[in-house]
Design a protein around this ligand. Sequence first.
Ligand SMILES: Nc1ncnc2c1ncn2[C@@H]1O[C@H](COP(=O)(O)OP(=O)(O)O)[C@@H](O)[C@H]1O
Ligand SMILES: Nc1ccn([C@@H]2O[C@H](COP(=O)(O)OP(=O)(O)O)[C@@H](O)[C@H]2O)c(=O)n1
Ligand SMILES: [Mg+2]
Length: 226
Amino acid sequence: MGTVVETPVKEADATVTVKKPTVVFVLGKHFVLALSSVFVVILSGGPGSGKGTQCANIVEHFGYTHLSAGDLLRAEIKSGSENGTMIQNMIKEGKIVPSEVTIKLLQKAMEESGNDKFLIDGFPRNEENRAAFEAVTKIEPEFVLFFDCSEEEMERRILNRNQGREDDNVETIRKRFKVFLESSLPVVQYYEAKGKVRKIDAAKPVAEVFDAVKAVFTPKDEKAAA
Ligand SMILES: Nc1ncnc2c1ncn2[C@@H]1O[C@H](COP(=O)(O)OP(=O)(O)O)[C@@H](O)[C@H]1O
Ligand SMILES: Nc1ccn([C@@H]2O[C@H](COP(=O)(O)OP(=O)(O)O)[C@@H](O)[C@H]2O)c(=O)n1
Ligand SMILES: [Mg+2]
């Protein structure tokens, strides 16, 4: 994780170890590590556009840690957490879980990973997600990979996904498409205005999509040398 200087910080009777230049601040009664020195890439795109599939490829080739907001929320349901029922109902309805819940899961996963390069898949999904994440973590993504795919193709893929997901049915898919258009696309537009969006034609076969993804991750000087 780069050069790490460990500094003990004391607050009340809690002691945490901070890795510089990480910033620590207090949210409610809990310490929250703001991992402002990490390298974050956001993956956005409609449900079924292939985000998870390409994340697995990126992890293998470029050594990132993959954090899927949906996977973290599904694991939280399985863990028997007090928020489990609420999360399950939101997912069944295709609604976005309150940011506080998702951000805590993301932060915990980042802190436990031991890595400093993250793919954040399926987050932020609305303006509330984005603003809360930035306010709490101070993390600014390096870029946003946007997977562009037609609803027709995404629906076909989801109905063949076979992962036993409760939201992979026509009724919920339609709701998720609506949420994507109304709530998630504006976030992509926000990053677009900052010049951070790298748009990928995600309707192509997996290997071709990965070729396009690889080109985004490969530093320019390496591309010139190749
Ligand atoms: N480029 C592709 N072409 C065809 N099928 C794909 C492609 N990418 C992913 N899939 C399949 O489509 C389904 C949805 O992909 P997934 O990676 O779970 O998407 P997302 O995380 O964006 O919802 C999976 O069954 C996956 O195997
Ligand atoms: N930031 C997020 C991401 C997912 N979710 C919930 O989790 C569901 C599944 O998300 P996902 O990322 O696993 O879905 P896919 O795009 O992979 O199909 C969403 O439809 C939301 O109900 C959320 O509430 N907030
Ligand atoms: Mg996914």
